[in-house]
Design a protein around this ligand. Structure first.
Ligand SMILES: CCCCCCCCCCCCCCCCCCCCCC(=O)SCCNC(=O)CCNC(=O)[C@H](O)C(C)(C)COP(=O)(O)OP(=O)(O)OC[C@H]1O[C@@H](n2cnc3c(N)ncnc32)[C@H](O)[C@@H]1OP(=O)(O)O
Ligand SMILES: NC(=O)C1=CN([C@@H]2O[C@H](COP(=O)(O)OP(=O)(O)OC[C@H]3O[C@@H](n4cnc5c(N)ncnc54)[C@H](OP(=O)(O)O)[C@@H]3O)[C@@H](O)[C@H]2O)C=CC1
Length: 513
């Protein structure tokens, strides 16, 4: 039913070149190959034209299955040049006309997901662009539904979060206006006051974006999806696909490569991870439901795992490390051996001992061998990233999922199978193993044939580690003996004790003979 609904439709996706957007395009084309067209708003980037960007995406591994059911996949995608930072999204008049007269469904995924973005930029993308898209949508006579991707953390200042829009203290319109005339220095000064008890500009501006939808949605048929931490694919088009370094993925890479050795986290806090294919299945089901059933008010759908099938950071971390044993990453800096710390003192200690000192030693080695030092820079970046993610791994939230469960019960058995978003069926250990494998294959692009060499490399690192520790111990001990009478006495006591023990065993073995 859902697949049939999208056939013949013209669908507009923003953020189609992003992590969620690509999985959405893939699923739409695979399950509804007779859809009319997918318009995607794309900006030229990294020296590539729009066409080159789209070509690269459609020819990636993710789209291999699609081509079996929809060989003319290139013809189904119509890339439209746009920049969500610009007025009217910088869409040309002709393109705008085409969008206005044909679009049936909008999926608004584009956003800045950086936690450290300047408030002006985050407001522009996550609030003003949403406002502009709404205004464009309101001029589309054939529009059936406007689906907005928000985040479950938009209200992370609360502990229990319902499927409702929570107001922010300052109206989004006032924030948008003020960003136009305030200079950067003043914005920097007021940012902490505006974001209040939220941890960053991202969560704050996503909450403002929701308010804009509520206030300026007019008669549009709107729904909001709030996913939690989106991870690699669970099942479709194949397990473990990921190409984004955001969220836990960056830390999995850092741990697997041996950079990350300790992380401040609460092992019993809920790791509210959700596979990207499950998020997309829910989003497409919501698109269908919103267009066909036209609910009276804007429905919000939490796409989270914590209340139906919870997994904790401790369990997740353990399984990640266990997978590294089986499937090591190539060219690791140190053996993967990360651990959780739970308070400030131990965190500072392990950051110094396990992160900063090895980086300095390695940089000295690089200098001595005539190369450019770089490890301290890498470590500083990692520590900064950790400090930004820590907020999310030391707390648990409760999200109610009434609307999501209601929608599940509305689907036919066939739709429940094809657009499965029932997180209760997910086996975490299996999922995490596939996730780590996917990071190695699809993100790091490492060949599985390199695993024996990676194992050898880890063995060498272990031997270097033992050698280094023994040398360090002997040097420290030698220095201590030279300076302290007590240490000297202890040392002589141990040596004479060992000597006596040895003589005793020798004598008793001679007696037996
Ligand atoms: C027992 C112990 C076991 C241990 C095992 C360990 C695992 C188990 C524990 C796991 C705990 C997990 C906790 C997760 C909590 C997530 C909560 C999310 C909640 C909200 C979710 C949402 O609602 S929303 C989406 C989330 N939003 C983000 O999660 C953005 C965050 N992040 C940033 O805000 C910026 O990242 C930040 C940080 C400013 C740095 O910023 P930064 O500037 O220092 O670094 P960048 O990120 O820009 O990039 C750095 C370099 O990676 C390159 N790179 C980029 N993509 C690439 C690609 N695809 N392939 C190759 N390389 C790629 C890039 O090209 C750069 O390289 P280069 O410099 O050489 O060009
Ligand atoms: N990933 C996650 O863990 C979670 C994500 N979400 C939400 O899901 C949505 C998608 O996130 P995700 O796919 O991970 O993010 P990505 O960063 O992977 O993708 C962001 C997309 O937005 C586009 N974009 C950014 N700036 C502009 C611009 N100025 N003009 C045009 N397009 C632009 C990007 O285009 P380009 O390729 O040109 O940069 C890209 O296609 C977001 O709304 C996010 O808030 C919610 C919860 C968790």
């Amino acid at each position: 039913m859902i697949s049939a609904f999208y056939n013949g439709k013209s669908i507009l996706i923003t953020g189609a070149t992003g992590f969620l957007g690509k999985v959405m395009m893939e699923k739409l084309l695979r399950t509804s190959p007779d859809l009319k067209v997918i318009y995607i708003l794309v900006r030229p980037k990294a020296g590539q034209t729009l066409q080159q960007r789209v070509f690269q995406i459609l020819n990636s591994k993710l789209f291999e299955k699609v081509k079996e059911v929809c060989p003319k996949v290139h013809e189904k995608i119509r890339a439209i040049s746009a920049d969500l930072n610009q007025h009217d999204l910088a869409i040309s008049k002709e393109d705008m006309q085409e969008l206005l007269s044909h679009t049936n469904i909008i999926f608004h995924c584009a956003a800045t997901v950086r936690f450290d973005d300047h408030l002006r930029h985050a407001v522009q993308l996550n609030v003003t662009a949403t406002q502009q898209l709404l205004s464009i949508a309101s001029q589309m006579p054939k529009l059936e539904a406007f689906i907005h991707i928000s985040t479950a953390f938009a209200n992370c200042n609360l502990k229990h979060i319902d499927e409702v829009i929570y107001p922010c203290a300052v109206e989004p319109k006032k924030i948008i206006d003020s960003m136009e005339w305030l200079d950067d220095a003043i914005i920097d000064e007021i940012t902490p006051k505006l974001i209040g008890d939220r941890p960053n500009t991202y969560t704050y501006t996503k909450a403002l974006g929701e308010m804009v939808l509520q206030q300026e949605g007019g008669n549009l048929n709107i729904a909001i999806i709030r996913p939690s931490i989106v991870g690699a694919t669970w099942q479709e088009p194949f397990p473990g696909w990921i190409d984004s370094i955001n969220g836990p993925t960056g830390l999995i890479v850092a741990a697997g490569k041996g950079f990350l050795r300790s992380i401040r986290a609460t092992p019993m806090a809920v790791a509210d991870l959700i596979p990207v294919d499950l998020v997309i299945n829910l989003t497409l089901a919501v698109g269908w439901y919103t267009a066909v059933h036209r609910p009276k008010s804007t429905l919000i759908y939490h796409c989270t795992s914590g209340n139906l099938n919870p997994c904790h950071w401790g369990k997740m971390g353990f399984q990640v490390l266990a997978t590294f044993e089986k499937i090591p990453f190539e060219k690791a800096f140190r053996r993967p051996n990360a651990d959780f710390t739970t308070n400030n003192i131990t965190t500072h200690y392990w950051n110094a001992v396990s992160h900063r000192v090895p980086a300095i030693i390695y940089d000295v080695y690089l200098r001595l061998t005539g190369r450019k030092p770089r490890m301290t820079k890498v470590m500083n970046r990692l520590l900064r990233t950790l400090s930004m993610l820590e907020y999310f791994i030391n707390r648990s939230w409760e999200w109610s999922t009434y609307n999501t469960e209601m929608l599940m019960s509305e689907l036919s058995p066939e739709d429940q199978r094809v657009f499965n978003f029932d997180v209760r069926q997910l086996n975490w250990l299996e999922y995490i193993e596939n996730y780590v494998l996917g990071v190695k294959k699809y993100l790091l692009k490492e060949d599985m044939a390199g695993i024996p060499e990676a194992r050898q490399h880890l063995k060498r690192l272990r031997n270097i580690h033992y050698l280094f520790n023994t040398a360090l111990f002997l040097i420290a001990w030698r220095l201590l003996i030279a300076r302290s009478q007590v240490a000297r006495n202890v040392w002589f006591f141990i040596v004479s004790f060992c000597y006596k023990l040895l003589s005793y065993f020798r004598a008793s073995s001679r007696l037996k003979v």
